[in-house]
Structure formats: structure tokens, C-alpha cells
Design a protein around this ligand. Structure first.
Ligand code: TIU
Length: 226
């Protein structure tokens, strides 16, 4: 498919969609993103494109993995450095308007309703920014023979970029979808896009949703309904 720095080799098998941290904590007021001082409304613009990709992958029977950043209720998987960082009034584990901040299972930790996963779709809880650190994502991908990752979600230069770098080091061919990832800082998003595709794709490719949907439609056929 058309991509930068050159066309992305969309495979016939081994493709998965990764949706990073489209949880209320980062996208709705009163969560972790807001507690860090960010304008969380900036992230909503990508929802229709992430949804379109989610629907396409479902249509073609291709695997989808969503992640959520969160910690165990006793915070045993949250390094003190992460909990103590910054001057915000609400810290990880404190009770906020959407329950305890960045704690697994709390209302704020849920994926936004627009992108709610189906029961058969895997959700990977992750304590860090990267989706491979202290998770079983790599084992899931290897077990399913996945080699190529379409990466979407928030925020571009934090959890998305960290995950793409981790994936690249593990040998996955990654495409970051430019209009299906967003940041609280537009300049950081652009910098991330530029740096991952620089040097002939040092970390991978970037591309847009529409050409990806067209390429998927050409390459994959929806299963025949009986
Ligand atoms: N703060 C910020 O930009 N991001 C995070 O803390 N986590 C994710 O990127 N998901």
C-alpha cells in the first residue's frame, strides 16, 4: 500500500491491528491524561478512523489487539518513580471522577464505548508505556504467526512510539497510521511520524487510513456468510 518512506508490503497472512490505550483515562475529562494537565479533547478526532480500521479487520477476520495502560489495585506493578512523577493533584491510584486513576478495572480504565472490543478480541493490560514490557503481547502474536502490525491509538510519542520501537526490535514490520494516532502535542506527533520513517524506515512506515482500507479490500475477502 502507499506509505512513507516507500510502499508498505501488506502480507497475505500474519497481519494484526494494534489499538493502543483508547481508554477513558486518556480521552475523557477526569482521567490520567487530564490529571497530567492535558487538553484531552484533542484525542477524539481519530475515533472514526480507528473505528473504520477495527470494522475492516473484523470484516476480514483479521486479529485485533487492544491495550490499556493500568496498574493492579495494590500498585505493586507501578514503580514509585511513575507514581511520584510530577506535581498533579491526582496521582496514580488516587480516587478521581472516573474511579482510581490508571487502575485496572476502574471505570476510567475502560476502552471508550465507540471502540469497545468484542468478547473474542484480546485486551492486553500493560503497566508501562510500551505494549511489550511485562505483557504477553509478543507470545500472543507469535502464537498466531503475526509478522506485520498496523499500529493506531494514543498518544503518538508516548505509548504508541514506545510500542512501535519495541515491536521493531522484535522483528515486526510496523505501519503507524498517521490519521489514526493522536497526541496532546501536535508538534510531537509530527516529530514522531518523521523520526520513525526517516533513514529509509528505521523504525517502520507511516501511512493513512483510506489507502490502507482500499489495500485491505483488494487483498482480503470478507468471509462468506451462510
Ligand atoms: N501522557 C501521555 O501522553 N501518554 C501516556 O501517559 N500514556 C499513553 O501514551 N498511552
Amino acid at each position: 500500500m502507499p506509505a512513507q518512506p516507500y510502499p508498505y508490503p501488506l502480507p497475505n497472512t500474519g497481519l494484526a491491528l494494534i489499538i493502543i490505550d483508547m481508554q477513558r483515562d486518556f480521552i475523557e475529562p477526569g482521567g490520567f491524561g487530564h490529571a497530567l494537565g492535558n487538553d484531552v479533547s484533542l484525542l477524539r478526532s481519530i475515533i472514526p478512523r480507528v473505528k473504520a480500521l477495527q470494522e475492516a479487520f473484523r470484516r476480514y477476520g483479521l486479529p485485533i489487539f487492544q491495550t490499556v495502560e493500568g496498574h493492579l489495585p495494590d500498585l505493586s506493578d507501578c514503580p514509585p518513580s511513575k507514581r511520584d512523577r510530577g506535581n498533579g493533584s491526582l496521582k496514580i491510584g488516587d480516587r478521581g471522577p472516573m474511579g482510581r486513576i490508571l487502575v485496572l478495572g476502574e471505570p476510567g480504565n475502560a476502552i471508550i464505548p465507540e471502540l469497545a472490543p468484542l468478547p473474542n478480541e484480546v485486551i492486553i493490560p500493560k503497566p508501562g508505556k510500551g505494549a511489550f514490557y511485562a505483557t504477553d503481547l509478543d507470545a500472543h502474536l507469535k502464537a498466531q504467526g503475526i509478522t506485520h502490525l498496523i499500529i493506531t491509538g494514543v498518544t503518538t510519542e508516548v505509548c504508541v512510539q514506545t510500542t512501535m520501537r519495541e515491536a521493531n526490535d522484535r522483528g515486526y514490520e510496523c505501519l503507524l497510521v498517521e490519521d489514526a494516532t493522536e497526541s496532546y502535542f501536535p508538534a510531537f506527533k509530527q516529530a514522531t511520524l518523521g523520526m520513525v520513517r526517516a533513514q529509509d524506515g528505521i523504525i517502520g512506515w507511516t501511512g493513512f487510513t483510506e489507502p490502507l482500507l482500499s489495500a485491505l479490500a483488494l487483498q482480503y475477502k470478507a468471509p462468506v456468510m451462510t
